[in-house]
Write a protein that binds this ligand. Structure first.
Ligand SMILES: Cc1ncc(COP(=O)(O)O)c(C=O)c1O
Length: 367
């Protein structure tokens, strides 16, 4: 099977190295917020142009603590999109604010045209999502938000390696959230996340809030949560970061190959393909016959996935107590997008097989 992700292979490749480091940590009794965590935060800060990098238990917590750090809560509205992992909206609800869903453009991303009509006096933040690690025009969103006192929290959960003007995204808004879930391009062997910000107040808040507001072992200055990154995860991530750029390069090569090889087929190529800076967390194609194409690829032992088949406003969690909304582009794209395998464990021949199968599907469909 040509798989859509390489979670197992990644862990297996590096298992000897990781286990050796873990044995050292076990011997030292270093389990939570230890030296490995400090080292990983320093790496992330350097990657993000010197911004504060506060490690957490998950990307979801990074979104939540960014909102709490900005004092966003009950009575406030936060605008985001519906074609994202549920965590983006879940974090807004967990912060006590009201999520407001904007439609996306043909590139699957929210933009000023879809955000602006939803803004009102209660709007306190916008969370643009770098879906699939695709670059988005965050500067235009910031230009729209700043004069109105609205914060921009960048959801970079899928965007390690995504760049804007050559720099890692996630440092232009008020704060950003990265996920180190095992499925991510830079994933741990369990949950992990990072809040990145250039705002000292948010950084100070997050650093305290992730550990129950504790200043010393027995003194708490605010009620927070337990969102500490453990040393075992940080140590695995510190090993993986050494390979990250190599892995990202391979993803780009594969994406460029797909772009080129699928030109002229009815299956449209990745919408972010032409834009510089994408990190191809997902490489997607678009097809009116998406479900048939997915089944066809499975027959040829090619796993293709759908991210995300059910937009948030159609999830039971939303329908329970949120207003019904119609998001035509989001809904159409949820029926048409298909994620192809795109990761560094794929060989050239794997990628050729995927392209060959898509081309055969196209011919079969025409007949
Ligand atoms: C777009 C997006 N936002 C937020 C998250 C939440 O990250 P985590 O799973 O680390 O909490 C994810 C994770 O899959 C995601 O893809």
């Amino acid at each position: 099977m040509i798989k859509c992700n390489n979670v197992q292979e990644q862990a297996q490749d590096l298992s000897a190295l990781i286990l050796q480091h873990w044995q050292e940590l076990l011997a030292a009794g270093d389990f939570v917020l230890g030296e490995e965590v400090v080292k990983f935060e320093a790496w992330m800060s350097e990657r993000c142009n010197g911004a504060y990098a506060i490690s957490l238990n998950s990307g979801t917590d990074a979104l939540l603590l960014a909102m709490r750090g900005l004092e966003i809560g009950p009575g406030d509205e936060v605008i985001t999109c519906a074609n994202t992992f549920v965590a983006t909206v879940g974090a807004i609800v967990a912060a006590g604010a009201k999520p407001v869903l904007a439609d996306v453009g043909d590139d699957e991303l929210i933009n000023v045209d879809t955000i602006e009509p939803l803004m009102n006096a209660r709007t306190k933040a916008v969370i643009p999502v770098y879906l699939r690690g695709r670059p988005l025009n965050v500067n235009a969103i910031i230009d729209l938000c700043r004069p109105r006192g609205v914060a921009v929290i960048e959801d970079c959960a899928q965007a390690i390696g995504t760049t804007l003007d050559g720099h890692q995204v996630g440092t232009r808004g008020d704060a950003s959230a990265f996920s180190m879930h095992p499925l991510k391009t830079l994933g741990g062997l369990g949950d992990g996340g990072m809040l990145v910000t250039t705002n000292t107040k948010i950084a100070d808040y997050a650093r305290r809030a992730r550990n129950h507001g504790l200043e010393t072992r027995n003194e708490s200055v605010l009620f927070g949560i337990n969102s500490r990154l453990d040393s075992l995860q940080a140590s695995a991530l510190n090993i993986k970061v050494q390979y990250l750029d190599q892995w990202l390069k391979r993803r780009l090569e594969i994406a460029a190959f797909y772009d080129q090889a699928l030109i002229g087929t009815a299956t449209a190529v990745d919408l972010g393909g032409g834009k510089p800076g994408g990190s191809f967390y997902h490489y997607v194609v678009q097809s009116k016959h998406r479900d048939r194409l997915q089944r066809y690829l499975t027959e040829y032992d090619i796993q293709a996935a759908i991210h995300y088949p059910t937009p948030i406003h159609w999830q039971k969690a939303w329908l329970k107590n949120q207003p019904q909304v119609v998001l035509p582009n989001t809904e159409r794209l949820s029926r048409e997008m298909l994620t192809l395998p795109c990761h560094h464990h794929l060989t050239d021949s794997d990628v050729e097989k995927v392209v060959g199968a898509i081309k055969r599907f196209e011919l079969m469909k025409i007949r």
